[in-house]
Design a protein around this ligand. Sequence first.
Ligand code: ATR
Length: 273
Amino acid sequence: MPVKKFAVIGNPVQHSLSPALHNFVFQSLGIDAEYSIRKVQHTQLSSIIQELKTGKLDGINITIPHKEKIIPLLDNINARANVIGAVNVISRFGKKLTGNNTDWYGFSKALEKNSINVEGREIILLGAGGASKAVIFALKQLGVCKIYLLNRSVEKAEMMSDDLVSPHPLSMAEDLIYSNSIIINTTSVGMQTSKSPVDLGLLHKNQIIIDIIYNPLETPLINFGKKLGAKTMNGLDMFIWQGLASLDLWFGVDISKQVNFNQLKEHLETKLC
Ligand code: ATR
């Protein structure tokens, strides 16, 4: 039996490559641990919390749609995760559970790795869920000058409105997207369907098109952007960096520095299409 047990919880979650990422790291670094996948409904969140408190699980990642709903069940929230308002990783210290957010870090590192500079730029951000909140945190740190936040349910975007963030219904995309826009998709549209969150006719070769979905590697948004010759970035680098940062939190050491990023990425790419 492995000494330490970790899992990702979500719904849907079968698309998640978190087990592949973490188990690859455990095997390559000889860590006695195991990482599994758990499809969890909202009503089951408190039993997962019990599993963490009683040591049946040593840490978890949280994905769609629980990143915000899990917060009231935790003992402590890291200051950044608190500002973001979403938690994607939980660690246990003694019997206390702490929520953290590594999505914002993963997103920043991915932009850096892909040489995408957002400083002083206006951003079209699609989606107003937990992942969007982390992306907004990262974008503000990187010095963007304005974020047009487009969401299907505009009232969710309105709750995130501030000096920098202006909320709009997703249906206004046509009025807000220009030929040189930076477009970032944080909605789940494109994950399990061949749909795009915005009309593909709004895409242009001079845009920067980012999708934080990594499964499939090429959503219709990324695929069409690539065909036009636009600069594109899929969600795989962000996913890897958030996962490595989760490991650093659980093990309290710089595991991420010992991992061969390119080998890990190649391993994950073989699992995707
Ligand atoms: P995550 O934690 O990954 O951000 P989430 O909090 O469940 O997941 O947020 C999902 C996002 O995808 C939301 O912005 C959601 O829009 P609503 O707030 O209107 O629900 C968006 N989304 C999901 N399905 C969608 C669809 N079919 N069309 C447009 N947006 C969709």
